[in-house]
Design a binder for this molecule. Structure first.
Ligand SMILES: [Zn+2]
Length: 222
C-alpha cells in the first residue's frame, strides 16, 4: 500500500488541479478553491485513520479536537463567561484528542470498514453537514467541500490498490483487492453503523439540485 507521503502528495495534487480548474471556469473564488484543495487533501488521508500509529490518525483527531473546541466556543458564547468558555474549549479538545482517539484506535482495525467506498461516502456527507450547519458555508460550497473529501478518499483507495500490483515483478501482492472495496464484508455491525451515519447525514444535508449542472462545465475541461 502507498505510504502517508504518497497519499497526501497525490490527493493534494489532484484536488489542487481540480480546484484550479474550477477557478478557471469561474465556478469558485480563489479562497473557496483553497478550502476545496484542503478538503481533497484531507480526504486523501482519511481512510488510513484506523491505522493505529499513523500520521493520519494524529492529524484527523487534531482536526476533530479543533472542531470540538469550536463547538464549545460557540456554546460558550451564548451561555458562559470568557474564562469558562476557554476552559470548556480546552477540555473538549483534550477529550477528543486523547481518550476518544485512543478508544478509536483501540476499537478499529486497519483497512477494514473505514477503508471502503461506503465509508468515503460517509466522510463526504458528514463534511457537507459540518460545513453547512457549523460553518454556514452555504449549501453549494458545503456540497463541493464534501465532494472533494469524497474524491480525495477515493483517490486514496485507488492508490492503495495500485500499490498492490507489483509492476516490475508482474505479480499481484497479497493485499490486492483489500483496498478498493464497496464495503467491508462480512462486518455487519460496522456496516450498519456506517449506513446509519450515511442516512442520518443525508437527511441533514441541505438541498442542492443545481450543483450537478454547475459542475458539468468544469468536468468538460477534463
Ligand atoms: Zn490506505
Amino acid at each position: 500500500m502507498a505510504n502517508f507521503r504518497t497519499h497526501i502528495q497525490v490527493a493534494s495534487a489532484a484536488s489542487g488541479l481540480l480546484a484550479a480548474g474550477m477557478v478557471w471556469a469561474g465556478e469558485v473564488s480563489l479562497s473557496q478553491a483553497c478550502l476545496l484543495w484542503l478538503a481533497g487533501s484531507l480526504g486523501g488521508i482519511l481512510p488510513d485513520m484506523d491505522s493505529d500509529s499513523s500520521h493520519s490518525l494524529d492529524i484527523v483527531f487534531r482536526l476533530f479536537g479543533a472542531l470540538a473546541a469550536i463547538l464549545a466556543l460557540l456554546f460558550g458564547q451564548q451561555h458562559l463567561s470568557l474564562v469558562d468558555t476557554f476552559v470548556l474549549g480546552a477540555v473538549a479538545y483534550g477529550l477528543v484528542r486523547y481518550p476518544l482517539c485512543w478508544a478509536f484506535a483501540h476499537f478499529t482495525v486497519h483497512r477494514a470498514s473505514l477503508h471502503s467506498l461506503l465509508a468515503n461516502a460517509v466522510f463526504g456527507l458528514v463534511t457537507v453537514v459540518v460545513a453547512d450547519r457549523l460553518f454556514r458555508l452555504g449549501a453549494e460550497l458545503a456540497w463541493l467541500t464534501g465532494l472533494f473529501v469524497f474524491l480525495g478518499a477515493c483517490i486514496h483507495l485507488l492508490l492503495d490498490e495500485l500499490y498492490s500490483i507489483d509492476l516490475e515483478g508482474r505479480r499481484i501482492k497479497k493485499s490486492f483487492g483489500t483496498a478498493l472495496k464497496l464495503i467491508e464484508w462480512p462486518a455487519p455491525l460496522p456496516n450498519l453503523l456506517l449506513l446509519a451515519l450515511l442516512a442520518g447525514s443525508w437527511w441533514l444535508t441541505p438541498a442542492q439540485p443545481e450543483l450537478l449542472a454547475r459542475l458539468l462545465p468544469v468536468l468538460h475541461i477534463w
